[in-house]
Write a protein that binds this ligand. Sequence first.
Ligand code: HEC
Ligand code: HEC
Ligand code: HEC
Length: 140
Amino acid sequence: MPHLGRGIGVCQHSADQNLHELPLADLDQRDNTRLQWTRVNDLPDFVYFNHSIHVRKGVGCATCHGRVDKMPLMYQEAPLTMTWCLDCHRNPAQYVRPRDQVYNMAWERPSGDPDLGKRLVEEYKIGSVEQLTSCSTCHR
Ligand code: HEC
Ligand code: HEC
Ligand code: HEC
């Protein structure tokens, strides 16, 4: 297994390129096998997390991981606390983007379209705040 010391290329490759080429349906399984060795993010076991649902609903990689393309080594951008998850689950419209932009590290919310988030939440049928903040959504 490669370790972080092997460097930049390996790390960016995994975060950026390999996953980029995967069909979304494969993301979870590939994450688990390919990416074990870069556990810079690590949620406790009692938390349920699933990449593909987020990506399918228009949450960009960079929204949670930051600009990994600009980081010399991928480090933990977001705190992975419950508050962090809930901030978004309470107000997804503020964070979601068009699905075809989830891998785009440089995407910015268009300033001339304040309702974009709201429209996407409807279009992607994102659940209610009650549902998204209910304990059993993340603790199963
Ligand atoms: C909603 C937030 C969110 C989004 C969007 C997201 N991730 Fe993650 N990602 C996480 C969390 C949380 C973990 C840690 C999971 C764990 O510890 O079980 C993680 C782990 C990873 C890991 C494993 C790294 C490690 O240190 O273990 C990689 C690689 C990764 N994500 C890549 C991506 C890519 C590529 C995308 C875009 C297609 C993406 N992620 C989108 C939250 C997100
Ligand atoms: C930037 C926004 C964002 C962040 C951060 C985020 N989520 Fe989500 N999450 C979403 C959206 C959007 C959905 C899709 C909800 C839907 O389709 O109803 C979702 C769905 C989920 C689901 C599936 C819900 C279901 O109905 O099955 C789980 C579980 C989940 N998130 C856990 C987490 C955890 C745990 C974290 C923190 C480590 C996290 N999320 C961080 C936006 C986010
Ligand atoms: C959107 C996902 C999400 C939802 C919804 C959620 N949690 Fe959490 N919870 C997390 C994450 C991620 C952690 C681990 C990180 C942390 O401790 O902040 C956590 C940690 C915890 C912990 C352990 C805290 C500690 O200090 O070790 C408890 C207890 C907990 N949650 C209870 C709840 C209860 C009760 C609810 C419902 C009111 C709830 N959670 C809803 C994501 C969620």
